[in-house]
Write a protein of this length. Structure first.
Length: 387
């Protein structure tokens, strides 16, 4: 969206980042990515059609729809891919763009949007969708007039995106609140920006200390983004100490069960932490109840945890977990990103050796996960299939 060379720092070397970089190159942008820094010059964009095979590799490629349409007046994409964790329709994205004056045609698996120039509009989201909120904020940056997005997502990532866009010259107000107001501008100017720490990776490492009854000190964190996660860990008996930009976690004895853990939109308990927490609760004292209220398909890791000796029963949206004293290693399969992380956590605490297959899911959200855990004492390594 910006003129000039944008520089983004603290960028993890993830599969999704690499795919997005390839998509931008396919659209005509110059992209360099090394040493946790990515440089993007999009002044040379020549295409408004995202290649179908790239769209299918990750769901977040749909975020290109808003900014490309706003800048060029046209965009063509296919249905996005990504983790299979339940129904995640993009109708909120499309309704918002239509409200801003876009003409949308869906056929043969493709979505084509046209608009000479988007217009500011009052948009109310049926759900506080992170993706829709981000897409519409970006689209509204170049829209004529003022756009008001009601029931917007409030996640820290929304605030980070708005801060970045504002630094480039956008006029966005209310990010992190239920109503976001965007005043359209004519252009954005490239800038340098450092992204916020990944709260889900941070949370995963916190659970790792808890499930192994170990201790870890996490640097470059933001505890304000993890309030409910920290509180729930403390409820299980884990010691959590917050000191400025670091979090110290110490697992004491066997964790305590949680009689209620329900995923909610931010600032509630994040759905991305449900799977890792379930791994922890499989070895807790007592019976825990977990309710997944965001994605109906996010219990696929349950059958894999059972292979390791976990006692988990699922009834519609709720899972009942009877803690066992010990898990045992087994051959399990990562069905999605966070489920894969949960299986690694379970493997860290299990007796014997655990083999986690289809780790490409995990690589989408954790940079060199085996090195991450090895650095704090885990016996974990990556095995190339067939060797």
């Amino acid at each position: 969206m910006a003129h000039g060379v944008s520089v983004i720092e603290d960028v993890p070397n993830l599969q999704d980042i690499r795919v997005m970089a390839e998509i931008l190159r396919a659209l005509g942008a110059h992209v360099q990515f090394e040493d946790s820094k990515i440089e993007i010059d999009a002044t040379t964009l020549t295409s408004t059609e995202v290649p179908e095979h790239m769209m299918r590799q990750m769901r977040s490629s749909i975020f290109l729809m808003g900014p490309i349409l706003a800048r060029f007046g046209h965009v063509r994409v296919s249905a996005p891919g990504g983790c299979s964790i339940g129904t995640r329709p993009i109708d909120l994205h499309l309704k918002g763009l239509q409200a801003m004056g876009a003409e949308i045609v869906e056929k043969h698996g493709f979505i084509e949007c046209k608009a000479a120039r988007l217009r500011g509009a009052n948009i109310y989201l049926d759900l506080p969708s992170v993706g829709a909120t981000e897409n519409l904020i970006m689209a509204a940056c170049f829209a004529e007039g003022t756009t008001v997005i009601g029931n917007a997502a409030r996640e820290p990532e929304i605030v980070d995106l708005a801060n970045y866009l504002n630094q480039m010259g956008a006029q966005i107000h209310g990010a992190g609140e239920a109503t976001v107001i965007v005043q359209g501008v004519e252009r954005l100017q490239a800038t340098e920006y450092r992204v916020i720490p990944d709260r889900i990776v941070t949370g995963t490492m916190m659970v790792a200390a808890a499930i192994t009854q170990g201790e870890v000190c996490l640097l470059n964190t933001c505890a304000d983004h993890l309030g409910v996660v920290i509180n729930k860990l403390r409820e299980t008996g884990v010691d959590v100490l917050v000191d400025r930009d670091r979090i110290k976690v110490r697992g004491t004895e066997r964790p305590l069960a949680l009689d209620r853990l329900q995923t909610q939109y931010y600032p509630g308990f994040p759905t991305d932490m449900q799977s890792p927490f379930m791994a922890l609760l499989t070895v807790a004292k007592g019976t825990s109840v977990v309710t997944e209220s965001i994605f109906e398909g996010r219990y696929k890791h349950v059958s894999e945890l059972r292979r390791m000796g976990a006692k988990v029963k699922v009834d519609l949206r709720s899972a009942f977990i009877e803690g066992v004293s010990e898990l045992t290693g087994a051959v399990v399969e990562a069905t999605d990103l966070r489920a894969g992380a949960a299986l690694i956590l379970a493997g860290l605490a299990a007796k014997g050796t655990t083999y986690v297959e289809k780790v490409h899911h995990i690589d989408r959200g954790y940079e060199r996960v085996e090195e991450l855990f090895s650095a704090v004492g885990a016996k974990i390594w990556r095995v190339n299939a067939g060797k």
